[in-house]
Design a protein around this ligand. Structure first.
Ligand code: NAD
Ligand code: UGA
Length: 423
């Protein structure tokens, strides 16, 4: 078993730390956020991730997991250091590597000979090789090991991943990192570091492209009398297309797809490679929130000025409390710009979000509104008591941007239901 330092205790770092401890390694997890470190030391996990708080508690009890403020301890006296710090969108859409560079500068003088620095943060192709030169320690290897976990499924995705990809210039260092995942049973792929880095962007951007394609297809369905559910059901039966990532919605969001699509486009532009598919993927997604607003405007009679709307769902997808780059909030901002007055409910959100006054139940949101807009696919929304909801509202109109609600029950309760892609 190995000694592992994890830098950054966010969605990825905390999951990495807790899961490596579960696999039997000894882990020190560091963060600059002292309040977060203190809370984690008491097994208080802020993020809504099934199983994560239990794994953190287990690791602390077994003394295989520790949380420390500042990075010094997690850099010295360990065999591997995993960098799990943010790489947000920077100038011109490229990934901002400030945090990665800052940690590597600290690591340069702190890590022991033979230590492997592992970049788990999502970074552009070529970064690992370039920063290895910056670190400038021939006794220390720098390796790329991108992370593919989904929020809301972080623990299961880490412990049972569909693949582990490790990229390095020195294969022995890559093999040492692969060995850490023994026990997950995952298929592994060892490549050069630029290829590993690109696998990450290629995967996220391909999924985003699939979603933009489906959202455009849904719009087309509305014009030609087709139903997107039937069309995608037919597509799913083809193994080459695959069954998932075919649900239309208010646009794709979250902390990664928006920034990673922009970053890959920036990489392509710098390499002088034209990538029109990627531009169209991003552009189509930018259009989606406006399309949803047009549907809502039309559903409530042509103007949003002064209209009271209840929003169901605020997070960027169901199963998470993450509001970063949430399409629901993008739609809310546009509705508010046109004068709509907004209340909202989300099972994982308590505080008001921009123009949305957050209430504590879907029923409270329905009270007296002129329409409901479903923006996140929380399964509980499909189970509402529709006759009661209808009675509470002043106008019985619903725009369901996730095609989640049971159409027959909702219409029987007297609603006019507008869904995506139903011609
Ligand atoms: P996050 O914002 O949830 O967490 C990052 C943590 O790093 C924060 O707690 C922050 O305080 C800490 N931090 C920042 N600078 C630091 C420094 N210099 N030293 C120590 N700690 C520092 O971010 P995240 O969602 O975990 O993403 C991290 C990286 O992983 C990004 O590159 C992201 O693209 C990638 N990624 C994220 C996901 C996901 O689902 N969130 C999945 C795969 C890959
Ligand atoms: C995504 C990838 O799925 C992970 O593999 C990757 O590790 C992660 O990004 C990352 O790099 O951070 P995540 O951001 O958790 O994971 O979200 P997804 O489940 O991929 O959903 C992204 C967006 O697409 C959401 O807004 C979701 O509502 C939307 N979506 C997804 C649809 O609109 N329709 C679908 O059929 C599927």
């Amino acid at each position: 078993m190995s000694r592992i330092g994890v830098i950054g205790a966010g969605y990825v770092g905390l999951t990495t730390a807790a899961c490596f401890a579960r696999l039997g390694h000894t882990v020190v997890c560091a963060d600059v956020d002292e309040a977060k470190v203190e809370a984690l030391g008491r097994a208080e996990v802020g993020a809504h991730e099934p199983g994560l708080a239990e794994l953190v508690a287990e690791g602390l009890r077994a003394r295989r997991l520790r949380f420390v403020p500042g990075n010094a301890e997690a850099l010295s006296e360990v065999d591997f250091v995993f960098l799990c710090v943010p790489t947000p969108t920077g100038a011109d859409g490229a990934a901002d590597l400030t945090a990665v560079h800052a940690v590597l500068r600290e690591a340069r003088d702190a890590v022991a000979p033979g230590c492997v620095l592992v970049i788990k943060s999502t970074v552009p192709a070529g970064t690992t090789e370039r920063v290895a030169a910056l670190v400038g320690r021939p006794d220390v290897q720098v390796v790329s090991n991108p992370e593919f976990l989904r929020e809301g499924h972080a623990v299961e995705d880490f412990l049972r991943p569909q693949r582990v990809v490790v990229g390095a210039e020195v294969e022995e260092a890559a093999r040492r990192v692969v060995a850490l995942y023994e026990g997950t049973g995952a298929p592994t792929l060892v490549t050069g570091s630029a290829s590993a880095e690109l696998v990450k962007y290629a995967s996220n951007c391909f999924l985003a492209m699939k979603l933009s394609y489906v959202n455009s297809l849904a719009e087309l369905c509305e014009h030609v009398g087709a139903d997107i559910a039937d069309v995608t059901e037919g597509m799913r039966l083809d193994d080459r297309i695959g069954a998932s990532f075919l649900e239309p919605g208010p646009g794709w969001g979250g902390s990664c797809f928006p920034k990673d699509t922009r970053a890959l486009l920036s990489t392509a532009e710098k390499a002088d490679v034209d990538f029109p598919l990627l531009r169209a993927t991003i552009g189509t997604n930018g259009h989606q929130a406006h399309r949803v607003v047009a549907m809502v405007r039309e559903a409530v009679g042509g103007s949003l000025d002064g209209v009271r709307l209840g929003l169901l769902g605020l997070t960027f997808k169901a199963g998470t409390d993450d509001l970063r780059d949430s399409p629901a909030l993008a739609v809310a901002a546009l509705l508010a710009e046109e004068g709509a007055r907004l209340t909202g409910y989300d099972p994982c959100v308590e505080a008001d979000c921009g123009p949305v006054t957050v209430l504590d139940s879907p029923e409270a949101v329905a009270e007296g509104v002129d329409g409901l807009v479903v923006l996140t696919e929380w399964p509980e929304f499909a189970e509402l008591d529709w006759p009661n909801v209808a009675a509470a509202m002043s106008h019985q109109v619903i725009v369901d941007t996730r095609n989640l609600l049971p159409g027959d029950k909702v219409t029987e309760a007297g609603f006019r239901l507008v869904s995506l892609g139903r011609g």
